[in-house]
Ligand binder design. Sequence first.
Ligand SMILES: *[C@@H]1O[C@H](CO)[C@@H](O)[C@H](O)[C@H]1NC(C)=O
Ligand SMILES: *[C@@H]1O[C@H](CO)[C@@H](O)[C@H](O)[C@H]1NC(C)=O
Ligand SMILES: *[C@@H]1O[C@H](CO)[C@@H](O)[C@H](O)[C@H]1NC(C)=O
Ligand SMILES: *[C@@H]1O[C@H](CO)[C@@H](O)[C@H](O)[C@H]1NC(C)=O
Length: 663
Amino acid sequence: MWKILGAVFLLSVATSKATGDQSLPTLYEYYTAGGVNTTLEAPASGFLLNGKEITIFSGAIHYFRVHPEYWQDRMRKLRAAGFNTLETYIPWNLHEPEKDVFDFGDGNRDFSMFLDVRKFIQLAQEEDLFVIIRPGPYICSEWDFGGLPSWLLRIPDIKVRTSDPQFTSRVKIYFDKLLPLLTDLQFTRGGPIIAVQIENEYGGFGKTSDPRDKDYLKFIKNAYEDNGLEGLFFTSDSPSTSGDIGSLPGVLQTANFNSFPTNQLDALKQLQPDRALMVMEFWSGWFDHWLEGSHQTGLRPTVLEDYLEQIFSYNASINVYMFHGGTSFGFMNGANVVFIFPYYAPDTSSYDYDAPLSEAGDYTEKYRILERVVAKHNKVLTQTPEKPAESTKAAYEPIKFSLFMTMEDILNEIEQEDKTQLETLQPMESLPVNNGNGQSYGYINYRKKVKLTNNSTIKISGHVRDIALLMLDNQQKTKIPSQRNDLHGFGFWPDKDQELTFEEADAGERTIDILVENAGRVNYGGPEDFIQKKGLWEGPVIIDGAEQTGWEATALQFKSQWVRNLNSWRQSTSVPERGPVLLKGTFEVTGDPADTWLDFSLWGKGIAFVNGFHLGRYFKAGPPKTLYIPAPLLHSGFNEVIIFEHYQTAAELTFRDSPIFNS
Ligand SMILES: *[C@@H]1O[C@H](CO)[C@@H](O)[C@H](O)[C@H]1NC(C)=O
Ligand SMILES: *[C@@H]1O[C@H](CO)[C@@H](O)[C@H](O)[C@H]1NC(C)=O
Ligand SMILES: *[C@@H]1O[C@H](CO)[C@@H](O)[C@H](O)[C@H]1NC(C)=O
Ligand SMILES: *[C@@H]1O[C@H](CO)[C@@H](O)[C@H](O)[C@H]1NC(C)=O
């Protein structure tokens, strides 16, 4: 298809250097002419692919963060910038959502449509790109638990990311399913895969003074080889801080950074003088945490250009992380441990990253810089496609909601099998739900009948993981946080043993609900940061000095099928202003759907669904105030929007034709 476009382009822009020039070979024609004998090699003189010199110009795009109907568009935009390689992580937690249950696109689950990883890799080849894969099993990536499945947390004392057999035995089972799907897609067998990463920033897993578990890295390499992967294998870390502690002898080391390129590359050269240089993650921008003042943009465009020039002056290869960030749909965002208040910082659903292609795939100034710098340093001229047009955008008519469900209605819609009687409080991962795999995502509600006296106090011992809404006979008692300091109050994670005092009017026989949001598991840190259980579990709830036992725990997972089938909607022209509440409304699309954004500036905090698809979390505190809806989720005619608002609804929900971020 793009070859035809390219020919048309050539007629209209005859002076254009390489674009669409049919006399130039494709990448595959150039690198596979005369047959394929060798995979990627990395001698000190520079990378060789099939014996020919190659500078790798790679860009990161995650198939699990881009609607599949947009995969080709984003890849073509990468190729059109002169790049020759696409890089992606592979998330274990999506591909094995329950123990021994695998999903590579055929799982009939919320994320299944994203999970045909073979199709993604094959499509990259059709778009004349090589592919670098990073199967982890840990992938960091601002993704829940760094891509590890939460059911691992049910295994007592498991030590993830080590050679603990409780961990490696599960990795082996997963890799033996995943990797055979990829072996025939290797370059040496006619496919696009030229390199495979071992683990991910293993040097960053703990203090640099602590030894690393090299047996674990060897185990991963062996699992790759046992499944017929040939490499090139590599590890990635920031050499100036982690040195080579996360590497294996003989395995290529690569560098991750976004500053001081000469320091980093000098350090890498010193560690590994006999191998080619590659920056595996050159951070084009950065990600947002909720309640951070402004949208993170990472490198300014002029600095980006300067650093790229410095990197190419070393004749190094590069993977731009991210080339296109996309969206952490649903509950899949990760979080960071931070050393200052508020200690834990969940990531937003938008993974715009201020990347060269925006969240909606639009060209930015950074794209134009990359295109220019790559053209200057690329020595192998090949055909590149015409740049695809940007998608059309629309701001649809605002939605006024007239259907709602209260918290009580919501709990009543949950199957009995997702309700568990607990003597003492347990985290969501321990619930006997999801065929014995525990609850992975969403909210857990703890309910109990209590007797309150005048001005009773309730204390949650330990920390809340992560945010608790407290309801007394369905009336919410907790407040919306609008700035970081509000997180010092009852119901938030930073301070332990928080208390709330009830009012005199609250005295009597009451039903208490403590609804706890899992705001996303930490995806980066040391071994101690990978204890990631969610809910209330660090200690008992105490009312007026008495430890409370005997709770009903309900798993509120908001799976798409459940959301689509909800049927106890109440009708009213004035829906409740106070949450938690579920609202349903529709809006009309005439003609072909366009990309659009829901604007939550006037709302509180919650999650949103369009036609049953979980778009992600919103929070008026920002930085993002909007949620992106890719057009392929919409259809001509009426489309359904469902909102779960925790605190405070607004009179209407408006659409925008561009995103809004705190600046
Ligand atoms: C691959 O090896 C064959 C046999 O040794 C040789 O004839 C051919 O030229 C080689 N092809 C490349 C691209 O090096
Ligand atoms: C980069 O490659 C060029 C040409 O291949 C060579 O002249 C130059 O010395 C190399 N620079 C470095 C820093 O290796
Ligand atoms: C409850 O608290 C209120 C406000 O702090 C106070 O005025 C009232 O006397 C208290 N009632 C009892 C019974 O302690
Ligand atoms: C609360 O205290 C007031 C006096 O301050 C008393 O009249 C009332 O009965 C008390 N209510 C309960 C439920 O104990």
